[in-house]
Write a protein that binds this ligand. Structure first.
Ligand code: PLP
Length: 289
């Protein structure tokens, strides 16, 4: 596997980051996971915008030449790692760089660390066909969940709790409402309306969430950015999560109890079909250019 680190393409095992990297010491950095299909990045512009918002939010400056080269680096990694067909992801991480350990920022001009790698994505279609299980747990994260930082400890603990419970995802609850998943956004169908938490500091603006909401509107499904309350949760007709690595995944069991009829519902199924079609169409068109 070839990866990209600070201007060089190197074997994964040879890619080394110094122990004084602020990503290692503080989780002081941002990341993106971008979907690729047939060697073409899906919704790259949206990922780049979110990355730029994150860098701005953390006050990490990246040269325009670096930012403008990220798509090309991603595509080269897909090519060089034999990922020109089928489903893959590109992981991208930018930290505040290497500097003597101080909580405050290092001197201006400290170059950020830029790392990218591409991997095959095993699309979880088998789980999707039956629907996945989830647990609901308190959302203990900080007040800027809109920034996609590598400081993921609460998400790591939440996901591990889900795995231990035999579940696919942990659904996070704050002040009596569902915010999002440990690594996904959460959408529910209630009284015929597709609902999700509004954008803001409590959730990450998921790219899949955005695309799925657009597809739902196009399909004439009523949508609302109104959070689902815990009291409503057990009575929703459908629950689903969206994420770059899972597309649209129906949730059919919550805390060990079946939701609805315990099978993937029609809205989740049709949105997943539409999402997949949009991705394949967009990537084929871009690849043909
Ligand atoms: N929310 C959180 C906390 C995430 O970590 C992720 C993805 O990793 C998402 C939502 C979904 O975002 P996207 O659809 O851009 O992958």
């Amino acid at each position: 596997m070839t990866v990209y680190l600070n201007g060089s393409y190197v074997e994964r095992a040879a890619a080394k980051v110094p122990v004084d990297d602020r990503g290692f010491l503080f989780g002081d950095g941002v990341y993106e996971v971008t979907r690729a299909y047939d060697g073409v990045l899906f919704e790259w512009e949206r990922h780049l915008r979110r990355l730029e918002r994150g860098l701005e939010g953390l006050g990490i400056s990246v040269a325009a030449s670096v930012r403008d080269g990220l798509a090309e680096i991603s595509e080269r990694l897909l090519r060089e790692n034999g990922l020109e067909s089928g489903d893959a992801t590109v992981y991208l991480q930018i930290t505040r760089g290497v500097a003597q350990r101080t909580h405050y920022f290092p001197p201006p001009g400290t170059p950020p660390t830029v790392f990218l790698s591409a991997s095959r994505l095993a699309v979880p279609d088998e789980i999707r066909s039956k629907g996945a299980a989830a647990i609901a747990i308190p959302d203990i994260r900080w007040g800027r969940c809109d920034l996609k930082t590598v400081n993921l400890l609460p998400n790591v603990l939440a996901k591990q709790q889900a795995v231990v419970a035999g579940a696919f995802e942990a659904i996070l609850v704050r002040d009596g409402t569902v915010t999002e998943g440990a690594s996904s956004n959460v959408l529910a169908v209630k009284d015929g309306v597709l609902r999700t938490h509004p954008l803001g500091p409590r959730i990450l603006a998921g790219i899949t969430r955005d695309v799925v909401f657009e597809l739902a509107r196009e399909a004439g499904i009523s949508v609302a950015e109104t959070p689902v309350t815990v009291a409503e949760l057990s009575g929703v007709s459908e629950l689903m999560i969206t994420a770059t690595t899972a597309d649209v995944m129906p949730i059919v069991r919550l805390d060990g109890r079946p939701l609805g009829d315990g099978r993937p519902g029609p809205v989740a199924t049709s949105l997943h079909t539409a999402f997949r079609a949009r991705m394949e169409r967009q990537c084929a068109r871009a690849g043909a250019r």
